[in-house]
Design a protein around this ligand. Structure first.
Ligand code: 5AD
Ligand code: SF4
Length: 489
């Protein structure tokens, strides 16, 4: 099915709803406040920036998220939960937060609570919210994000609950306002959805089939970001390597390698110096892409390449469509072209039927690859996925034991890799003062490693968003410590 770009007029219709809510809010004695709570991945973080853009245009002042719906003792007028359902604990957290708002809703009945995102694409979750959480006013899924103003408008003006679950797949909305969290780093979504149906994963069910944004729309967005002083962008998609497969010839771009090339050429000579992307599915990472990554200095030599498991038998059962050997060969090809590449991965422990021998294959793969970073997860059965129906779930005690061993192994690799950086000078994009120590700055290397550093700089504002060379004095497991030696002019 070809992807349909939602025409601008539809977004304009949302402008009418935004304005209408704004007019109402502006008539109030005190500007209403809104809080947006985000759960889950980078895609959700960026969706929340769009939510913030729309909420601000509806006349709300956005305040930091606090518990029980209050900010400085004042109950929020609007609360949006942008939810995640990748694992059970993500859902439990959201329910806990929604439940905690019941008192606030009683004290302020006109408070609006919105629940949207991945969780609310699932019928059993909607049933549960309908039954147990009467304090929720607006419910909708991932496909209707741009219609938030319409739903909030209808809930306020019709004084009713809005539950909009019908969705049209195969669409991409352009022109949604965005309020970005950072002035120098930005997310850019290049595609939505996933076609892979890994047997453990809920994402294809809640985010739908792959839809690519048109290259021209992506380039326009990136040009604007560069013109506004952004230094680093991260291209987002559930599987960026299949970008363009759903585009027609007219769009002029058929692959992610094509898109990346076009972006690199477009930003040459601007202040936008770093491009990252995530997530890459190993089965779709082409040699052409490796060439493009190696060729352009703006492409960070960093790659998130989820392996999920080390045993080929388990990879098969996960429907990953690569083997342990082909994954290792891919890593070798990548390192041959980019010896300095910083590699990270995702690993699931305790997939149904995973034996002690299968798990040993994971340990072996982790030892062989020597990742700079691994995100490790305990398998969580998701309603509606094939793996959840498998009667041979691994006993909890065994999973925990395996998980502990994997974390221990990876921690030792993390530390070793970071220790190897001591005595080197690296380029860091300064993100401002460290949250845990206001006498130090913090930032990230090209490889996305966190560096905390001292610097003889009076004005923090001026340093933020600047590149700085930092000498690494010491290493922690997950970060590096150093001192600034030279700031970008
Ligand atoms: N259980 C545990 N981890 C999961 N992931 C996806 N689905 C599940 C699940 N059901 C992990 C995968 C994926 C990451 C984003 O979350 O490792 O790469
Ligand atoms: Fe989920 Fe697999 Fe798609 Fe990643 S590639 S979002 S793990 S189905």
């Amino acid at each position: 099915m070809a992807t349909r770009v939602i025409p601008y007029e539809d977004i304009e219709k949302q402008n009418y709803y935004m304005q209408s809510v704004r007019d109402m809010n502006m008539g109030k004695a005190e500007q209403p406040i809104a809080c947006i709570k985000t759960f889950g991945c980078q895609m959700n973080e960026h969706d929340s920036e769009k939510i913030a853009g729309m909420v601000e245009r509806m006349g709300y002042r956005i305040v930091p998220d606090e518990i029980e719906g209050k900010y400085n003792g004042r109950i929020c007028d609007l609360i949006v939960f942008n939810t995640c359902c990748i694992r059970e604990n993500a859902e439990e957290k959201v329910f806990g937060h929604i439940g905690a708002l019941k008192g606030a809703k009683r004290a302020k009945p006109d408070m609006i609570t919105v629940v949207c995102g991945c969780m609310t694409e699932q019928p059993h979750i909607i049933d549960e919210i309908n039954k147990k959480y009467k304090n929720v006013d607006v419910l909708f899924g991932t496909h209707n994000l741009h219609r938030l103003p319409e739903f909030v408008h209808n809930s306020i003006f019709n004084n009713c609950r809005v539950c909009e679950l019908s969705h049209t797949e195969g669409e991409v909305a352009e022109g949604v306002p965005v309020k970005r969290d950072s002035t120098f780093k930005a997310w850019v979504t290049i595609m939505y959805g996933c076609n892979n149906f890994c047997t453990y994963c809920i994402v294809p069910y809640v985010r739908g089939r792959e839809r690519s944004r048109k290259m021209s729309d992506i380039l326009k967005e990136i040009e604007t970001l560069a013109a506004n002083g952004v230094r680093e962008i991260t291209l987002l998609g559930q599987n960026v390597n299949s970008y363009g497969k759903d585009l027609t010839e007219n769009d002029g771009c058929r692959s992610f390698a094509d898109l990346l090339t076009a972006i690199c050429e477009r930003i040459e000579g601007t202040g936008l110096k770093r491009i990252r992307f995530m997530t890459s599915h190993p089965k779709d990472l082409s040699d052409e892409l490796i060439e493009v990554m190696a060729k352009y200095p703006a492409v960070c030599k960093q790659l998130h390449l989820p392996v999920q498991a080390g045993s080929t038998a388990i990879l098969n059962k996960m429907n990953r469509r690569y083997t342990k050997e082909s994954y290792l060969a891919l890593v070798e090809r990548i390192r041959a072209k980019m010896p300095e590449i910083v590699l990270s991965t995702d690993i699931i422990v305790g997939f149904p039927e995973e034996t002690a021998d299968d798990f040993k294959e994971t340990l072996d793969l982790v030892t062989k690859v020597q990742y700079d970073m691994a995100y490790t997860f305990i398998y969580s059965p998701r309603v509606g996925t094939p793996a959840a129906k498998n009667p041979n779930q691994v006993p909890e005690q065994e999973v925990k034991e395996h998980f502990g061993r994997l974390v221990e192994l990876q921690n030792s690799v993390d530390r070793k890799k970071n220790e190897a950086m001591v005595g080197k000078t690296v380029e860091v994009l300064c993100e401002g003062l460290s949250r845990t120590n206001i006498n130090r700055f913090t930032g990230r290397t090209e490889g996305n490693k966190i560096v905390n550093f001292t610097a003889d700089v009076k004005n923090c504002q001026e340093a933020t968003g600047k590149f700085v060379k930092v000498y690494i004095d010491s290493a922690q497991t997950w970060s590096l410590d150093g001192h600034a030696v030279e700031w970008e002019k």
